[in-house]
Design a protein around this ligand. Structure first.
Ligand SMILES: Cc1cc2nc3c(=O)[nH]c(=O)nc-3n(C[C@H](O)[C@H](O)[C@H](O)COP(=O)(O)OP(=O)(O)OC[C@H]3O[C@@H](n4cnc5c(N)ncnc54)[C@H](O)[C@@H]3O)c2cc1C
Length: 507
């Protein structure tokens, strides 16, 4: 059952077995598994419930409805990085690109070697990945759904002998509408709101939308419930006078790697080692655009459909992207009439994304209820961008591009392969790059040592019993690949551990 919090007109008090804050990649799979095992699950989600009936491709309106702060979350530091977050039922999965990757074995090995992880192994997670892939219909993008934008980059990469492959995505009957980040108009993208959430409802899970959790109720070092208030207004961003209190045996925080630390810090959790909010990783990203003589209709097909991973060992990967005109025009490293000139060429432009597996790390601080995100890009990651911009430009020239627009403010365009050396020689600084990031992680990291970590390997906090963190916050490092499948698998695993320990958790 999904209850619209804007329509609740009284204060409510409920008892449950498990209460979950947030309904995204972390919250929804756990809700499903726990409900299926007979637990009374209540989920509170600050955003609203939207499906294909609402998803009309109007990117501006969709961003206002489903993105946190209408898509304007930004990091501060030696460069500003736009960090969009979902605020809707299904969390960021409802507005994401659908790409699915298992956690790379090397990353788990690194956690075991350098971060004291003992029980988590690739073998342990394997059945969870398999189940996630089955429930979300994860499949490889067929070539014909890729759109010319992805095909061009694939062709260029093949000419240069670079390894690449069609991405795997959660999708069913996808028609390649091309607007994944603004809500799939076919509900073909198998995000949480069309997979785990309806499945969990079948087992009695209750979802309150427009319900903002504030307080974790703690008694004798044990979480026993949460309190919060409903929201009101068209976009659900105003505070209603009506409140909720949900008492439960287990409390799970799945508010994502930016808002989970806000909730934990505001409730005094994690003071023992001051690690909450630290270790923020984001997979900084940039885009390289190519101008081609042919008309490309880059808006047709799946925007994120192909990946070049030739340089994954150097912590760089390339993945497709595309944006409608209203969004592309505000996401280019240019101003005024230069943007106008580029946008007039919209049908001749191709674009591909660079994603860096970051060694830089930042932190989430809290001012009132607002997270302040600090992130400085280190020299190592900056140089990864230099290298990646050069490679993507070479790929585009190999594919027949006439001109490249690199994501560097002072380098307007590269008009021939002979000018590529400009990328090598430019005195690059982080604030010269046009950057965004889509994968915040790491701010309540897991580990076996309470001095270093916020949660243990069962994702229960070291500070407070019966309080679990299940979302992107728990990763000790960035993953180097898109994280949602990892989050879903960890969510299912953690739910199993809660079920196995239920008797002791209830005592
Ligand atoms: C445009 C875009 C494209 C992306 N594409 C991909 C992709 O293709 N593949 C991939 O793997 N990843 C992708 N990602 C990232 C991926 O979606 C996230 O990593 C993942 O959804 C994070 O899961 P989570 O559970 O940590 O948080 P979320 O999914 O963000 O869920 C957190 C939820 O908690 C709610 N919440 C927060 N605070 C409160 C509160 N106080 N009370 C109640 N509710 C609260 C939020 O409203 C939100 O709905 C993309 C991200 C973006 C922005």
């Amino acid at each position: 059952m999904i209850i619209d919090g804007r329509k609740v007109e009284k204060n409510i008090k409920i008892d449950a077995d498990v209460v979950i804050i947030g309904s995204g990649a972390g919250g929804a799979p756990a809700a499903y598994r726990l409900a299926k095992n007979g637990k009374k699950v209540v989920v509170v989600e600050e955003g609203g419930h939207f499906t294909k009936n609402v998803f009309n491709g109007d990117s501006y309106e969709m961003v206002k409805l489903m993105y946190r702060d209408a898509g304007s979350v930004l990091t501060l530091g030696n460069t500003g990085i736009l960090l969009p977050l979902g605020r809707t039922l299904g969390g960021t999965t409802t507005i994401n690109s659908g790409t699915m990757f298992r956690t790379p074995n090397e990353v788990i090995d690194e956690w075991r070697r350098d971060y004291g992880i003992k029980t988590i192994t690739s073998d342990l997670l394997k059945p969870y990945f398999e189940e996630v892939e089955e429930i979300t219909h994860t499949m490889e993008v067929p070539w014909e759904l890729m759109g010319r934008n992805n095909q061009l980059f694939a062709e260029g990469a093949q000419k240069l002998g670079l390894h690449g492959f069609p991405l795997k995505r959660n999708m069913k009957d996808c028609k390649g509408s091309g607007v994944c980040p603004f809500g799939c108009p076919e509900d073909a993208k198998q995000a949480m709101h069309v997979t785990y959430i309806p499945r969990s409802e079948q087992y009695g899970a209750i979802y309150y939308t427009y319900a903002h959790a504030e307080k974790i109720i703690i008694k004798n070092s044990r979480a026993i419930g949460i309190k919060g208030h409903f929201m009101k207004g068209k976009y659900g961003v105003e505070k209603s006078i009506y409140t909720f209190e949900i008492r439960a045996t287990v409390v799970i925080v799945s508010a994502g790697a930016i808002y989970t630390p806000v909730i934990l810090k505001r409730n005094g959790i994690g003071r023992h080692n001051n690690m909450v909010g630290k270790n923020l990783r984001i997979h900084p990203a940039a885009k390289v655009m190519g101008y081609f003589d042919e008309e490309l209709s880059s808006w047709y097909g799946i925007p994120q459909a192909y990946c070049v991973d030739e340089f994954a060992d150097e912590w760089i990967i390339f993945e497709g992207f595309w944006l409608p005109p209203s969004m592309l025009s505000i996401a280019l490293p240019s101003f005024g009439k230069d943007i106008k000139k580029m946008m007039l060429d919209y049908n001749h432009l191709a674009g591909f994304g660079i994603m860096v597996h970051d060694s830089s790390s930042g932190m989430v601080k809290v001012a009132g209820e607002t997270p302040l995100l600090f992130y400085n890009m280190n020299k190592e990651d900056l140089e990864k961008f230099r290298k990646a911009i050069r490679i993507a430009s070479e790929v585009y020239f190999a594919a027949g591009a006439k001109k490249i627009y690199p994501p560097i403010f002072s380098l307007e365009s590269i008009n021939s392969p002979s000018q590529l050396s400009k990328i090598d020689t430019i005195k690059l600084k982080p604030d010269m790059l046009e950057l965004s990031a889509f994968h915040p992680m790491g701010t309540a990291r897991m580990g076996s040592d309470p001095k270093e970590a916020v949660v243990n390997e069962e994702l229960e906090t070291f500070d407070v019993n019966n309080l679990f963190v299940i979302d992107a916050s728990i990763f000790p490092t960035s993953l180097g690949v898109n994280p949602q499948e990892s989050i879903m698998a960890f969510s299912s695993y953690a739910a199993d551990r809660i079920i196995a320990r239920w008797d002791s958790l209830s005592r």
